[in-house]
Design a protein around this ligand. Structure first.
Ligand SMILES: *Cc1c(COP(=O)(O)O)cnc(C)c1O
Length: 404
């Protein structure tokens, strides 16, 4: 995204045109950014050519997944719905891994039927359930066990998953037990050790500690793991202050790990692939004087983009038409929803705004639309994919008639 003659543009299209043509709020994705992200992700780890399984929960638009699949990526799914969606998008089942602490009998049955690469189990009960179902079906199912390495990811506490207090994975003691259980079970074949310590990770050190924990456990179990699934979590830059994850250091830590352990690496990135490709275009409905600050009341809200309300996440907001006229007021950008948490950000410095102006909320490609809801009975926004001069509607704006 850049300003062209004071007009904010995505690829060759200016946001003002998009907003007028398709209405607001609108999610808008850049194809070239997506393609750059995938290529640079691959480039970062090319020496050991990992299997990259896009984390579907970060963006569940079937057209987006279809584009991602064309780069040879697989999928990481966490429900039957996501698995069905990945298959519909044409993802090869042999590149699909299934994570999550509460897979139901129905979900496991479906995953076995579709012959996906791995079901990554997260408890003893789940492994037993998989083995029982597989036995009834007279099948041998490839599984992984998710380790909770008790590693602090140094990210927001709400999106940390690799500490012992988190519900995810099993501790090392249970891990050893489950390896034994798998050895003695005829219908599960243990192929993978998986970990995923959290999201929006910007420091490579937690990854190094995670690798150390994984390496120790692998040396102790002496089991031959065909795959080690390191999960996702690579952070992106939401503000100019964010430092960047040092991929070089993460890559070299993995290369060291691979010197000791001969295995195929799997990644499950979501945010790092799709996060910065998406923008939410919104319009100012009203500006209301709140005494110490002015409320900029937008036509998008926490139902369209929940991250700020859910974890206090901060997204950059840019004017669609830039001016040099700076406001003296503090602006609080809020939505119309009847909740005080329905606010995006408070800024002391911004250009002077007026009602009906358009704004762009940045870096919403991951956990934006996929976390959206119909709260306050608001229809979900339209989704657009921009490729050069071409604009494709990849999901229609929901109609109220679908909701009522
Ligand atoms: C959410 C999730 C991911 C993706 O995380 P990102 O931070 O978006 O890369 C990967 N693996 C598992 C198991 C997850 O739950």
């Amino acid at each position: 995204m850049k300003y062209n003659n004071k007009k904010l543009t995505i690829e060759n299209i200016n946001f003002q045109v998009l907003a007028k043509k398709f209405g607001t709020p609108a999610y808008c994705y850049s194809y070239s950014k997506l393609s750059d992200n995938i290529n640079s992700f691959k480039e970062n780890f090319k020496s050991f050519s990992p299997l990259i399984c896009f984390s579907i929960k970060s963006n569940t638009n079937v057209n987006i997944i279809r584009e991602i699949k064309k780069f040879g990526l697989g999928a990481d799914v966490v429900s039957k719905g996501e698995l069905m969606l990945a298959l519909k998008a044409g993802v090869n089942p042999n590149k699909i891994v299934f994570s999550g602490v509460g897979k139901t009998n129905e979900e496991i049955n479906f995953a076995i039927k579709k012959k996906i690469l791995l079901i990554n189990a997260e408890s003893k009960s789940e492994i037993q359930e998989i083995n029982n179902i597989a036995k009834r079906k007279k099948k041998i199912v490839q599984v992984g066990i998710r380790l909770n390495p008790n590693t602090d990811a140094k990210t927001l506490k709400q999106i940390s998953t690799g500490k012992s207090e988190n519900k995810f994975g099993v501790n090392s003691k249970t891990f050893y037990e489950l390896v034994k259980y798998c050895k003695n079970s005829k219908n599960v074949s243990l192929q993978c050790l998986s970990v995923h310590i959290g999201s929006q990770i910007l420091d490579h050190k937690p990854y190094e500690r995670m690798l150390k924990a994984v390496s120790n456990i692998m040396s102790k179990t002496k089991h031959k793991f065909k795959f080690v699934d390191l999960g996702g979590g690579m952070g992106i830059s939401y503000s100019n202050k964010n430092k960047k994850l040092n991929y070089k250091k993460y890559n070299s830590a993995i290369k060291n790990f691979l010197k000791k352990h001969n295995t195929k690496i799997i990644f499950e990135p979501g945010r790092s692939i799709i996060g910065n490709t998406g923008t939410l275009i919104t319009k100012i409905i009203y500006i209301k004087d709140g005494g110490t600050k002015q409320f900029i009341i937008l036509d998008s809200a926490m139902n369209d983009l929940m991250r700020p309300a859910l974890y206090g996440a901060v997204h950059k907001i840019l004017p669609v038409i830039k001016s040099n006229n700076i406001s003296r007021n503090t602006y609080e950008f809020v939505g119309p929803i009847c909740e005080s948490t329905d606010k995006f950000v408070t800024l002391k410095k911004f250009q002077k705004l007026k009602e009906k102006d358009f704004l762009a909320i940045c870096d919403v490609g991951a956990y934006g639309m996929s976390l959206s809801s119909n709260y306050n009975l608001r229809p979900k926004p339209v989704e657009l994919l921009v490729k050069g001069r071409k604009i494709k509607i990849i999901k229609n704006r929901q109609k109220l008639t679908e909701l009522i």
